[in-house]
Design a protein around this ligand. Structure first.
Ligand SMILES: [Cu+2]
Length: 167
């Protein structure tokens, strides 16, 4: 990585807090209640969810995880009674505003999973956030795999969804 000079490596360990209220102290960007939907064997993809709050106007640029070959930032929306999901280049994080990634809106999509995400396991996520000055911040998150939620997003077939209208 060529960004080492300006990148501040932070550790955010949220796995031990069921309530997810282990807010990071003196951080530029705070992450809380990070979780990943657990998968069944052979399931190719799943979603990661959390709440992000940046001190200054920023954007979530990218996410990486060892459990997925590809990680994308997705946005879900309903239009004409059709659920659409598509990749966005970045997720805006307005200063001081809590932005929640949940199964109904923005989420982090873990694609081409390298292994089953078992309920109760911890999934490492590396978030890259950039502020308005162009300074990048790298945040390490341990997201707990949970098997709950009204909508089984992980089993949705992305290939049948209309990604073209999302951009
Ligand atoms: Cu998605």
């Amino acid at each position: 990585m060529t960004l080492l000079c300006t990148t501040r490596i932070k550790q955010v360990i949220l796995g031990l807090s069921l309530a997810g209220m282990a807010w990071q102290v003196s951080a530029q960007t705070q992450v809380s209640d990070a979780w990943v939907r657990a998968t069944v064997a052979g399931q190719p993809s799943t979603g990661a969810f959390m709440t992000l709050q940046a001190d200054t106007d920023s954007q979530l640029l990218s996410v990486q995880s060892p459990v997925a070959k590809t990680v994308q930032i997705h946005q879900m929306s309903m239009k004409d009674d059709v659920m659409r999901m598509g990749q966005v280049k970045s997720l805006p994080l307005p200063a001081g505003q809590a932005v929640s990634l949940d199964p109904q809106g923005y989420h982090i999509m873990l694609l081409d999973l390298t292994a089953q995400v078992a309920e109760g396991s911890k999934v490492p996520l590396t978030l890259t956030v950039e502020n308005a000055k162009g300074e990048k911040e790298t945040i390490q998150v341990e997201a707990e795999a949970r098997a709950l939620g009204a909508m089984d997003h992980g089993k949705m077939d992305h290939s049948k969804m209309d990604h073209s209208k999302m951009q």
